[in-house]
Design a binder for this molecule. Sequence first.
Ligand SMILES: *Cc1c(COP(=O)(O)O)cnc(C)c1O
Length: 396
Amino acid sequence: MPKTIRPPYSNAVVPPISVSSAYYFRDTEEFRRYKAGELPGGRYGRYDNPSWLQTEAELAQLEGTEEALLLPSGMSAVSNTVSALCKQGDRILYTGCAYRNLRTFFNEQMSQYGVEAHAISQADIQKFNEEFRNQYDDRCRIVFVEMPSNPHMYLVDLEYIKSVIDPQRTLLVVDSTFASPINCQPAKFGADLVIHSCTKYLGGHGDLLAGCVCGSSDLIDQIRNYRNISGAVVDGFTAFLLSRSIATLKVRMEQLNKTGLEVARILESHPAVRHVYYTGLVSHPHASLASKYLSGHGGVVAFELDCDAEETVGFVDRLKIPFMGTNFGSHQAMVEQCAEFTYYKLTIQERRDLNISDTLIRYTVGLEKTSDIITDIFSSLELVRSQSNTTVALSV
Ligand SMILES: *Cc1c(COP(=O)(O)O)cnc(C)c1O
């Protein structure tokens, strides 16, 4: 819109939050100009909202893609993307350690529409590559990669996948929620679409649910057309909150990366800790992939204690700083004993297949002081049995 006809106060540094469910036209002539693409503006709230446009432009810039699309949750970003792009007879290959609801969506929902999904475990990269090569065929429409995976932070070699797939038939879709756009930009390595649960790092304050998908204008257009029908849209206020969070994403991530690495290192040196899963440690099975794909490792540290399930409960319950709950990426530390909290509905065998042991803990640092977090963890670890005869100096 030319500056001369700018409405009052449209020079606000922070743009207004748009809440209108409809847009009007002065007369038919004006509407015709809108239809011809000569006049910018909106038609109806499910299709258009200027608050989305601002946030979507910021998301596209973060991922280095032509466009981005905002959706009301990470799951809706996945379900709208996959539903928009797959048809009956298509196949999806996906990383087996993917988010639980995603597996359910593929296996219980998409299967009803004749789309077949096949999971490949990514714990062992050699085996993953081998099985991927064997499973890939010309019915494969989407390769869906979650990386780093939750909670073990397993990766895959995106460039290897790109070298196997036929770019005419198959799209590489990466759920990069665990990395955030600060620690990884999958489009640089050939991902066609990048998905985030903006509920996590991007939102960053534990007070919004949103998701996004980023990619070329051509693909985003197709998903936008589907969103127009599915109605998976956010309100203007959520779009505003997310935009405000994006403004501080980089500094928040730098802090979370720093605290996460420190906590991971110190846990690894503790005798009551059996194993730590954190891509910033050289002990991580995918450390060499991490050095290729990740520039930071985030605030989630998964570790197993050298004790039994009930003693792990005791450790978690004694912690004073984190909230017990299932979220990450906000300013508040969170903790969960995975088998007890998120995976309790699975059978022992299913948990074993996903490498979820009874003593596995997912600890998410927030913006608390690093030394406070470590002191809290150490004092709780002191009462873990195998620890009782050992005194460990705090080296914060
Ligand atoms: C949380 C999460 C999702 C789902 O996002 P919602 O915003 O909760 O719908 C998808 N993928 C990953 C990796 C997640 O962590």
